[in-house]
Every structure is written in structure tokens, then in C-alpha cells.
Design a protein around this ligand. Structure first.
Ligand code: DQA
Length: 151
């Protein structure tokens, strides 16, 4: 059953290394810091969070299949799979809820191969280049969409 304010926050490959990996691009905050920020925002917005990370495409897809009938919204940073994975795009397309794609860095200012995201084809909205604050912005957007849907 879809729980009305339940949100899945999904993180793709290498985001477990946040804070250690290329800090000049991704900053010094760890994924635990990002989760703590998200939980703080979710509490204020009265959202229930399921926050996950995997380096494995099949695991991310399995979680998306599970989310289809259980969550009201998805925030996803698909990381490198944004640029390669038709399978993740298809799994998201099978989710009826709003989807906000987040990238910490501005992918359009980086290498050409990062300029295209398969996930953007099925995302409701895209936030990039706002650092880790992008996750909080995405949660605010979902909360606003839930409010609109309730009216
Ligand atoms: C990223 C951008 C991707 O191009 C990259 O592969 C990542 C992180 C970001 O958050 O800026 O791993 O999604």
C-alpha cells in the first residue's frame, strides 16, 4: 500500500564514498551527513524517509520495484547510472509517483558524457549543481506536490 508521505531517497554507485571521493567536485560531507540533513528536513515536512545507497544496478532496480506500490515519491541520485542505464530509467517509468533526480555537481558543466541522463527522460523534476542541498530541495518539492495532490 502507498503510504501517503513516504519517500524513497536512492543513491547510486560510489556515493558511499562521498566526502572522500573528489571533494573538489562533491564536497566534504559524507553520505551519512546527507542522510542526517534529509531526516531533519523530512521531520519538518512530516515525510517518512527510506534512505538507501547501492553500487549495484540490480539492487537499485529491485528497490524501485518495491517502491512502486509503497512510496508517494522518489528522490534519486543515480550517479554514473544516470548516463548509462536504460534499465533504471525503465524501472522509474514503472513507478507512478513523482520522481526528483538530484546531482550534487552541475553535470552540464562537466564532461560531455555527463550531459545526458536517461533518468531525466522520466523524472518529474531535476536538480543539479546545488551541492548536497539538492536533496533537501527535492524533498521540499515532493512535499509541495503532495500538498497539491491533497487539495
Ligand atoms: C553525480 C554526477 C554523475 O555524473 C557522477 O557519475 C556521480 C555523481 C552527482 O551527484 O553530481 O557519481 O550524480
Amino acid at each position: 500500500m502507498v503510504t501517503s508521505r513516504r519517500v524513497l531517497v536512492l543513491n547510486g554507485p560510489n556515493l558511499n564514498l562521498l566526502g572522500k571521493r573528489q571533494p573538489e567536485i562533491y564536497g566534504h560531507e559524507t553520505l551519512d551527513d546527507v542522510e542526517a540533513q534529509c531526516r531533519g528536513v523530512a521531520d519538518k515536512l512530516e515525510l517518512t524517509l527510506d534512505f538507501r545507497q547501492s553500487n549495484a544496478e540490480h539492487e537499485l532496480i529491485g528497490w524501485l520495484h518495491g517502491a512502486r506500490e509503497t512510496v508517494a515519491g522518489i528522490v534519486i541520485n543515480p550517479a554514473a547510472y544516470s548516463h548509462t542505464s536504460v534499465a533504471i530509467m525503465d524501472a522509474l517509468a514503472a513507478c507512478p509517483c513523482p520522481i526528483i533526480e538530484v546531482h550534487i555537481s552541475n553535470i552540464h558543466r562537466r564532461e560531455a558524457f555527463r550531459h545526458h541522463s536517461y533518468v531525466s527522460h522520466v523524472a518529474t523534476g531535476v536538480i543539479c549543481g546545488c551541492g548536497t542541498q539538492g536533496y533537501a530541495l527535492a524533498l521540499h518539492r515532493l512535499a509541495a506536490l503532495f500538498e497539491k495532490a491533497d487539495q
